[in-house]
Write a protein that binds this ligand. Structure first.
Ligand code: GUN
Length: 278
């Protein structure tokens, strides 16, 4: 049976360390959280992020804009937040309504306040291996691996998903730690064949139950980034947890795995933003 990597308790520990550091150095850290429209899932994620801020002693400032807001008004708000000394980090919850160009929004956020590391230059710095802001989900996954003393050096790591937020930066961060990395996606000819080669398999496709035991090598480490809803509305990952945990050596659950770690890394980035601005 696989060991379950408890992301929730590790995140709680990291947040306590962040809180202690903020108190020790008497810092005022402020994070702006911008949400557009009424997407129920986004509303829940934003509430969690505000709760995390409170837990860390970070002040959160929520800006809820209506679904029909125009791009210019949203950019104007971001410019104001860029100039506001009380705001150290800016997060615009995604997805955005279809009439809003997310790339333009991300590029308007100050590079010193880009706590999601969504800007093109933030991703470029990650590619070069010299960066201030870590992309939150891949950083949270690396923390979980380090905490379990799992080294990826020389290992076969397979990332399913090529998003700019998770798949691409994940592959780069594994590469920086000397893994042999394969990125798979919807056009990959034989996903099962690639996945079965993985010593470390990261499933970030957004497809409920995509990864079954037949796609996993005996003893592999399986990281589930999926945040999906099944037919009954229950939260589920990309991995069939019950059958894969019988074959893997380590596995992350959904919920309670990658999600809380992603948010803990956001808190870390908010503190990093404050230090960059001192
Ligand atoms: N939507 C889903 N995940 C994220 C995230 O990490 N940051 C933002 N801004 N939006 C998201």
């Amino acid at each position: 049976m696989a060991k379950i990597i408890d992301g929730k308790s590790l995140a709680t520990r990291i947040k306590a360390e962040i809180k202690a550091e903020i108190e020790r150095d008497k810092l005022n850290v402020g994070l702006a959280v911008v949400i557009v429209g009424n997407d129920r899932a986004s509303e829940i994620y934003v509430k969690y992020k505000k709760d995390d801020c409170a837990e860390c002693g970070i002040q959160s400032f929520e800006y809820a804009l209506p679904e029909y807001v125009c791009l210019e008004d949203l950019l104007e708000l971001i410019e104001e937040l860029n100039d506001d000394e009380n705001i150290n980090g800016i997060l615009v919850q995604q997805p955005l309504p279809r009439h809003i160009d997310a790339v333009t929004v991300n590029e308007t956020i100050s590079p010193f306040k880009d706590v999601d590391a969504f800007r093109a230059d933030s991703l470029g710095k990650i590619a070069l291996g010299d960066y201030d802001f870590s992309p939150c989900t891949p950083a949270g996954i690396m923390e979980m691996l380090h905490n379990e003393n799992i080294s990826v050096s020389g290992k076969e790591c397979v990332v399913i998903g090529r998003s700019a937020i998770v798949g691409k930066p994940m592959a780069l961060m594994l590469l920086h730690e000397d893994a042999t990395v394969t990125i798979c996606h919807s056009k990959t000819r034989d996903l099962g064949e690639a996945a079965r080669r993985a010593d470390v398999l990261v499933a970030a496709a957004g497809c409920p139950g995509l990864v079954g035991a037949d796609m996993v090598k005996e003893g592999a480490v399986v990281i589930d980034v999926g945040m999906n809803r099944d037919e009954s509305g229950k939260l589920c990952g990309d991995v069939k947890f019950a059958e894969v945990s019988g074959k893997a050596s380590y596995i992350t659950p959904v919920p309670g795995g990658v999600g809380p770690m992603t948010r803990a890394m956001l808190m870390k980035n908010a503190l990093m933003a404050k230090r960059l601005q001192l």
